[in-house]
Design a protein around this ligand. Structure first.
Ligand SMILES: C[S@@+](CC[C@H](N)C(=O)[O-])C[C@H]1O[C@@H](n2cnc3c(N)ncnc32)[C@H](O)[C@@H]1O
Length: 233
């Protein structure tokens, strides 16, 4: 048996798993997350899936090395396409682009179930993922930021059948993250500001439209101004 130490990013996602869940880890690669959760006794079982043969072979080997082949199954498939038969309680989709995660969820109507918790960690375009979740009738119940060299976003969503409208800035940063105003959030704002300014410089050279970036900078400025006013109170 090998000891598994999760990265900060995966640990933060693991903490959001419910006790006694049967989990699906989509795009599992090494299967560290389900192995860790099974070894802690937090889950009753799980399925680790991946679209690529290399990762799923690696996952299967790690699961076997840890003596967990009867607790965690493996499945070679695209997204959630073959996972409804497992009736997972908690579904992890971590370390992929936000657009891909959104597509995987949109293609799996069985996840529109109030008992299922989606634990998601988009590497890019979290705003596209949030919009797709809200349009699909999911409520975003938790937003977490975690720093490990860069800042990662973790989103928990559950189907409610209700539609909430987010502003552009809420889609970009997450409503709870904006409300919590943690130091990491302000670090993320600094980073976003730098990226927007770089994009504006690049676009100006080619004469491209910079209105989207300017709008985002304006929204960031509004959040900072609100913060300054609150501090003066
Ligand atoms: C960067 S790794 C992330 C591994 C792990 N989830 C993590 O966060 O550390 C992305 C994994 O997703 C898999 N993947 C990409 N597209 C997928 C899809 N449509 N369905 C299932 N797995 C996919 C890749 O093969 C790869 O193993």
């Amino acid at each position: 048996m090998k000891n598994i130490t999760l990265s900060k990013r995966l640990s933060a996602a693991a903490e959001l798993c419910r006790d006694g869940s049967f989990i699906a880890d989509v795009g599992t690669d090494h299967a560290y997350l389900p192995i860790y959760l099974a070894k802690c006794g937090k889950i009753r079982g799980g399925v680790a899936s991946d679209i690529n043969k290399g990762p799923i072979d690696r996952a299967r080997a790690h699961i076997a090395e840890n003596g967990l082949s009867d607790v965690i199954e493996t499945r070679l498939c695209d997204g959630l396409s073959e996972l409804s038969v497992y009736a997972p309680d908690d579904i992890f989709i971590l370390g992929m682009g936000g657009e891909l995660i959104a597509r995987i969820i949109e293609n799996a109507p069985f996840v529109k179930n109030k008992n299922i918790r989606l634990i998601l960690q988009p590497m890019t375009h979290s705003e596209i993922l949030r919009k797709s979740l809200l349009d699909g009738g999911f409520s975003i119940t938790v937003e977490k930021l975690v720093k490990e060299e860069k800042i990662y976003r973790i989103i928990v969503a559950e189907y409610s059948g209700e539609r909430s409208d987010y502003t552009d800035v809420e889609l970009t940063f997450g409503r709870q993250t904006i409300e919590e105003r943690s130091p990491l959030f302000f670090e993320l704002l600094d980073h976003t500001e730098r990226v927007m300014n770089e994009r504006i410089c690049g676009k100006r050279i080619s004469g491209a439209d910079t209105s989207e970036e300017e709008k985002m900078l304006g929204e960031i400025e509004k959040i900072r101004r609100f913060e300054d006013t609150e501090k003066l109170k």
